[in-house]
Design a protein around this ligand. Structure first.
Ligand SMILES: Nc1ncnc2c1ncn2[C@@H]1O[C@H](COP(=O)(O)OP(=O)(O)OP(=O)(O)O)[C@@H](O)[C@H]1O
Length: 249
């Protein structure tokens, strides 16, 4: 199901990534050892929306992101992401969904240390069959790394590594970019350069959902979701999402 947006402005392309979660629950372990990670989550993401998810440690933020991204299935509830019904999908079919619709950015970049910046992005194109090898250099240029194509991750700063990771996530042209603490390992200035890239990709029409502990970042979101004990505690809308330049922490 595609969801249209009523609130996005200034976008440069088709609005993408609209999603709907209903009654989502998930526990890890079983019996006495069971831990409830999600407990009846209802959430809509508008197409083209930038959503920030806040909440204390253990409140279910990463689990929510993992279910949205098809990394793991929910135990119950319905999951429709970027127009695809994932309800009840088995892991192999979740993999196909991830490949076709989702980009991931993680706190610690998760680059392959033995591959150069260019190769880290190319490998995604090769593994997924999406995107074009010939466009990889241009993509790295667009994140400010045109002169670092042949550097290995260890030869790059944290911010540069995260920009490689963003280029890698965008190489498959995902509908929805899911970012788990993307600035968590970076200093403020570097973190802001990463946020600028995420805001830019959102302004191109792509859905972006970012999990963070940093409440200051919430100002750039269209909507801010706060989780507690596996539930959505509140959803607030920013009337005018801030430009990254105006955010500090
Ligand atoms: N693979 C797992 N096995 C067992 N329990 C898990 C697993 N992953 C998460 N949990 C538990 O599920 C609950 C929610 O975890 P989750 O990682 O989603 O929270 P979070 O809000 O992202 O936390 P943090 O901010 O610390 O990253 C926690 O109680 C956590 O311990």
């Amino acid at each position: 199901m595609a969801h249209t947006s009523t609130a996005r402005t200034g976008t440069g392309g088709t609005l993408r990534g609209g999603s709907r979660l209903r009654g989502l629950s998930k526990a890890y372990g079983s019996g006495d050892a069971a831990v409830t990670a999600l407990d009846g989550v209802d959430l809509d993401l508008d197409a083209g929306e930038l959503v920030v998810v806040l909440g204390p440690s253990g409140s279910g933020k990463t689990t929510l992101l993992n279910v949205l991204g098809g990394i793991e299935p929910a135990d119950s509830g319905s999951v429709n992401v970027a127009g695809v019904d994932l309800t009840g999908r088995r892991p192999r079919r979740l993999a196909a969904f991830r490949r076709d619709h989702i980009g991931f950015v993680f706190q610690f970049f998760n680059l392959v240390p033995t591959l150069t910046a260019r190769e880290n992005v190319e490998v995604m194109v090769e593994l997924t069959g999406r995107g074009e090898r010939g466009e990889v250099a241009g993509l790295l240029e667009s994140v400010g790394l045109g002169d670092r194509l042949d550097n290995f991750p260890a030869q790059l700063s944290g911010g540069q590594q995260q920009r490689v990771a963003i280029a890698r996530a965008l190489a498959t042209d995902p509908d929805l970019l899911l970012a788990d603490e993307p600035t968590g390992a970076l200093d403020v200035a570097t973190g802001k350069s990463v946020l600028r890239l995420l805001q830019r990709t959102n302004r191109e029409g792509r859905g972006v959902l970012m999990v963070t502990h940093n409440a200051a970042i919430a100002r750039i979101a269209h909507r801010v979701v706060t989780m507690r004990d596996g539930r959505v505690e509140s959803v607030e809308r920013n009337a005018v999402p801030a430009d990254v330049a105006g955010v500090d922490w």
